[in-house]
Design a protein around this ligand. Structure first.
Ligand SMILES: NC(=O)c1ccc[n+]([C@@H]2O[C@H](COP(=O)([O-])OP(=O)(O)OC[C@H]3O[C@@H](n4cnc5c(N)ncnc54)[C@H](OP(=O)(O)O)[C@@H]3O)[C@@H](O)[C@H]2O)c1
Length: 315
């Protein structure tokens, strides 16, 4: 019987349960997927933590926005952005709700062919962080010759943003704790330690000045240093500091209050991200995997806010 991870209450990872539930038939335009891996993101625990409300009517909550797997059934007319969806196709599922499952039924439009160069866990972890980073770069207009400050460069979104900005010809400075600095250098970034004195360290590392600042962490420090160093506030983007964005006059993107969801930009980015990853030009770093049944342990890890790259769940 297929397994599904649900939150049965609002709270910490202890509210997660694994239940047996059939995925059902693939209807017109839909496909059934045998899931090989599910990507883990901070939003996955935030939605049952109470951070976005605690309406009992919404329980139980299914978890997970991205996965990878094999098409086991295709309903009439099932097609994705790359064309018809066929049984046996190896696919990335994004965006879905309830990706923490061994089987899924999803609209064909949520399916992108899996690049052969990625394993299942990497494929499951490419899209949510990839489209977010892509949107941040579009919103801030990152291009050749820009100097870009990325706050949180070694996180899930940060690693994508660093690689995409370097590929666009930007000079990239990225903040992380010192243990991650060699890794950031490998990605082509100039690492800078976050914490007291950050603005001065950035000035020293980039005497030419900062054109773009991407806050991928949401701390006051990241917002304050961005405001101090980047003169053009329309080129400061946050994906997490929604409460401060309006009064600071900077751009907020994604699903937070007052933020630009950028749905079209993000949807359109999926094929390009898959192409870049397939060509080896965009790497996905999966640093931890857990069995699907141990989703709570994966959440205890990501809640720390100090994991590097991506975590995947394996059914
Ligand atoms: N708006 C959107 O569309 C959108 C989309 C995706 C994610 N998000 C949100 O964006 C945030 C980041 O997501 P993610 O997937 O990248 O998370 P993540 O992978 O959990 O980020 C962890 C990274 O954050 C770094 N970090 C922790 N504290 C920091 C600080 N004070 N200054 C600088 N870096 C720090 C850590 O570096 P060290 O280990 O070196 O400390 C680690 O590399 C989350 O709040 C998430 O919910 C928003």
């Amino acid at each position: 019987m297929p397994s599904v991870v649900i939150a049965t209450a609002y709270g910490g990872p202890e509210v997660l349960s694994v239940i047996d539930e059939p995925a059902g038939q693939a209807g017109p335009g839909e496909a059934r997927i045998e899931v090989r891996a599910a990507g883990v993101n901070p939003i996955d625990y935030k939605i049952y933590s109470g951070a976005y409300g605690s309406d009992p009517a919404k329980l139980p909550i299914r978890i997970g926005f991205e996965a990878s797997g094999v098409v086991t059934a295709a309903g009439p007319g099932a097609a994705g952005p790359a064309g018809p969806v066929l049984v046996g196709d190896e696919v990335i599922v994004y965006r879905t709700s309830g990706g923490y499952a061994s089987e899924l039924v999803v609209p064909g439009q949520a399916l992108v062919p899996k690049p052969a160069a990625l394993d299942w866990a990497q494929a499951a972890g490419l899209m949510l962080t990839g489209v977010t980073a892509w949107h941040a770069l579009v919103a801030s207009g990152v291009g050749d010759g820009d100097t870009v400050l990325v706050h949180g460069g070694a996180g899930g979104v940060g690693i994508m943003a660093v690689q995409l900005a370097v590929a666009r010809g930007a000079t990239v400075l990225a903040t992380a704790s010192p243990a991650r600095h060699d890794f950031l250098r490998e990605l082509g970034a100039i690492p800078v330690a976050y914490g007291a004195g950050l603005a001065d360290r950035v000035r020293q590392a980039a005497p030419q000045g900062i054109d773009v600042a991407l806050d991928l962490v949401g701390t006051d420090e990241a917002v304050d240093v961005s405001l101090e160093l980047a003169a053009d506030r329309t080129r400061i983007v946050t994906i997490a500091a929604f409460a401060r964005a309006g009064s600071a006059g900077i751009k907020a993107i994604g699903g937070g209050p007052g933020a630009d969801p950028g749905t079209e930009i993000r949807d359109a980015a999926r094929l390009e991200l898959a192409r870049l990853a397939g060509d080896g030009k965009l790497r996905v770093f999966v640093t931890q995997t857990f069995p699907l049944a141990e989703a709570a342990a994966a959440h205890r890890a990501i809640i720390t806010g100090h994991t590097t790259g991506k975590i995947a769940l394996i059914p």
